[in-house]
Design a protein around this ligand. Structure first.
Ligand SMILES: Nc1ncnc2c1ncn2[C@@H]1O[C@H](COP(=O)(O)OP(=O)(O)OP(=O)(O)O)[C@@H](O)[C@H]1O
Ligand SMILES: [Mg+2]
Length: 472
């Protein structure tokens, strides 16, 4: 190897060495950087998991708070509905006495002035009862306890009966109700009672807030798209009354709101009717709209969707047995009244007396009622629900378990007016349900139903005391 070649080799070696050192240095720097980054990443990760753990704790805490709030809200709602149920019972019990006695008084010999005073008493009592019913309804809907029935009903017949109910009031005020019942019938599946409540409220408002002219009711229907058995329905209640401004229209569906502060004084009412109507329509999957012009009139429109009923058996003529229409009051009926409240005892005895029932005994609580029934001969029991010692439900269950040759017909006569109460009475084995306050008419109807069920002809004449048709 020449010297020049050696020098060249050395030079190259030196360059490789320098390059090696440079690269080594670079690698070290890269490793340092990587380590730094990894540490930073580790730190960030640690921080993140700490924050995540904290967040989890906060979420857990918030969830605990929320479920506590939910439990509290549920307890409050339950307390509210229990309070309303108790209050309703407490108010209905004395109201039963007031209205019942007023009704009995109205059937007695009175001077025109006294008659007028009794009529006012009855009117005020009825308004109070309507108010209690409205408040109960509203609270039931708000508590989500409203259950709608799905039964066939004829919409046109329903409207006929609502119009018939309000016609006297309209005539008295000089108003006309224009309802042209279309030919044929319109059978739908739904809750006729609630629809009746909506239309009655709207018609009663229309009459109340109209001074001249009249009310026109129309129904329009069209098949719901993509279905073969469903209809969209629109019921319009149009009046020529005082009307409302847009601002007034905006608030009338709110509970306890009226168009203006003079409404209660001038027209009465509490502003609950439309709030209930709207909630009921919404529960039916529908809605209520209003259009109105002051001084011209208003139009309330109910929209809802309903299934066409395929089972209109109810339209078949009802075969009423002659003895139901004119009960054979010469047939004795042994009645037991189980009631703890002395005013109500007095009232029921008087009402029964007025209806011609003379063979009536009293029991002050469920235990006494059970004992009396077990002695035999009792054919019909009017059973209060809440009584000391043994309530009406337990007494009924015990009676149903008794080994009697013939079970009595048991009618609940109670100030508990919720649907659940009706169901509980039915479950306990009662045959019928009358909510207080009860008047002559409803009591007479229930007694007739009882007579029909007991088919009195088959009963031995156990008492020998003939009922007389005092007020039949
Ligand atoms: N057809 C109508 N024409 C004019 N105003 C109406 C009509 N219907 C309702 N309103 C207004 O809406 C308000 C609320 O009606 P809603 O039925 O809720 O209450 P109310 O009739 O005053 O009392 P309640 O129905 O509780 O006895 C009424 O007070 C009235 O001001
Ligand atoms: Mg009203």
């Amino acid at each position: 190897m020449t010297e020049a070649e050696l020098a060249h080799l050395q030079d190259q070696l030196q360059r490789y060495q320098k390059r090696y050192l440079r690269e080594k240095q670079a690698r070290k720097e890269a490793e340092n950087l990587l380590e730094q980054r990894s540490r930073a990443l580790y730190d960030a990760n640690f921080e993140l998991s700490t924050v995540a753990a904290q967040l989890e704790k906060i979420v857990e805490w918030r969830m605990a708070q929320l479920s506590e709030a939910l439990i509290k809200a549920e307890m409050a709602a339950k307390a509210k509905s229990e309070f309303l149920a108790v209050m309703s019972h407490e108010i209905r019990t004395p109201l039963n006495g007031v209205l019942g006695m007023a009704e009995l008084l109205s059937h007695s010999q009175l001077t025109p002035e006294q008659g007028d005073q009794v009529a006012t008493l009855q009117e005020c009592g009825s308004s109070l009862l309507a108010l209690i019913n409205d408040i109960l309804d509203l609270s039931k809907i708000d508590a989500g306890k409203l259950t709608l029935e799905q039964r066939p009903f004829n919409l046109y017949s329903l409207l006929d009966s609502v119009v018939n109910l309000f016609e006297p009031k309209a005539i008295e005020t000089g108003l006309s109700i224009n309802w042209q019942r279309p030919a044929g019938s319109c059978w739908l599946l739904g809750d006729a009672t609630r629809l009746r409540q909506i239309t009655s409220n709207l018609l009663s408002n229309a009459i109340k807030f109209t001074h001249q002219g009249g009310i026109t009711i129309t129904v329009a229907m069209s098949p719901l798209e993509d279905t073969f058995d469903m209809l969209h329905l629109q019921l319009d209640m149009r009046d020529t009354g005082i009307g409302m401004t847009p601002e007034q229209m905006g608030k009338v569906f709110t509970a306890f709101e009226q168009a203006d502060s003079t409404t209660t004084r001038r027209y009465g009412g509490t502003g609950l009717g439309l709030a209930i109507c709207r909630r009921l329509a919404e529960a039916m999957g529908g809605r209520i709209d209003v259009s109105s012009e002051p001084g011209i009139g208003s139009c309330f429109s109910v929209h809802w969707v309903a299934t066409i009923s395929t089972a209109p058996q109810a339209e078949a003529p009802v075969t009423v047995q002659p003895e139901v229409l004119t009960p054979d009051m010469t047939q004795p009926l042994s009645v037991l009244v189980a009631e703890d409240n002395t005013v109500n005892q007095k009232l029921i005895l008087k009402l029964l007396d007025k209806l011609g029932y003379r063979d009536v005994q009293l029991a002050g609580n469920g235990r006494q009622a059970l004992e009396r029934v077990n002695q035999g001969g009792v054919e019909l029991v009017l059973m209060d629900m809440q009584m000391p010692e043994m309530d009406g439900l337990d007494a009924t269950r015990a009676i149903r378990l008794s080994n009697l040759p013939r079970q009595p017909h048991i009618i609940a006569l109670t100030a508990n007016a919720f649907d659940e109460d009706r169901e509980r009475c039915h479950q306990a084995g009662m045959d019928d349900f009358l909510s207080k306050p009860v008047g002559l008419e409803r009591l007479a109807a229930a007694m007739q139903r009882a007579r029909q069920q007991l088919s009195l002809a088959a009963l031995p004449s156990s008492t020998g005391v003939a009922d007389t048709p005092a007020n039949a």
